[in-house]
Design a protein around this ligand. Sequence first.
Ligand code: PMP
Length: 341
Amino acid sequence: MTATMPSAPLSRPSTLDLIGNTPLVLLEGPSEAAGCEIWGKCEFANPGASVKDRAALWIVRDAEEKGLLKPGGTIVEGTAGNTGIGLALVANALGYRTVIVMPETQSREKMDTLRALGAELVLVPAAPFSNPGHFVHTSRRLAEETEGAIWANQFDNIANRKSHIESTAPELWEQMNGRIDGFTCAAGTGGTIAGTGMGLKAFDENIVVALTDPHGAALYNYYAHGELKAEGNSVAEGIGQGRITANLEGAPIDTQFRVSDQEGLEWVRRLLSEEGLCLGLSSGINVAGAVALGRQLVAEGREDPRVVTILCDTGFRYLSSLYNPEWLEAKGLPVFPWLAR
Ligand code: PMP
């Protein structure tokens, strides 16, 4: 028998094709707690290890299509987190420079990560949003002053939510074989909840879209009582919004839940120790919301409802916080038993 050469792949995917098409897993503990199927979209499997790679790619492609970003141009954003990481990777793959403006109070870990990816960091003193020196305003000014630069503006640039209308929602619909009863997640910019919610409702308007809000955010009260009012606080990074961003405008939110850090952390602990998923706190909060939504749909008499949520980023990003006993103790949060000294 003669060996044959494996045939050459027909398509030649680039690294940017690795963004999206993330796996979906059935979460056993949460499904048992809810009394129905709870599924998690593994956004930590994106190249930048978070859900924000999608928004980063769509924002950059949108700016290219509008002729705002030209070869060799610069992408400027005010962010300390996952969006900066996504933008830096997309920019490297397409030959752009990235400038990230962040408050100097951010963790060393985040600065090191962004520098490691090749982003240029501009550190500014921490300031309230009303102060022109706030990192978001600084990033906008810097973009305006820099030749050939765009301001990514993730909060109010709706290319962000478009990424979820065009990729996350159709992926979920296909992965769930066209049967989804509920979808929920928390909001930072609001791109994920609004875009995925809009995209899913276009497939089936009976899908219940629920906002899961951390404490300290104003959206729960807005959707429940029409008033933007924050109560309490949260250590969760990347979520918790105090205003209706352009991405949130017209978001099809049917119902809302409020989840504490303790409840979210309990799911982070259980998903790691029982199911082998190492996640950040926003994922734990989303899962708590999904369990609440699942219970509600069961109570309303929906037959075997299926709920989907987002596993936003990897826990490896929080080794100095969520997975550090001193940090947890200082915040008055429970330490995972295997970390307790
Ligand atoms: N979780 C984490 C860890 C994030 O970084 C973000 C992005 N801010 C979100 C959730 C929320 O996503 P969105 O901005 O689409 O609302």
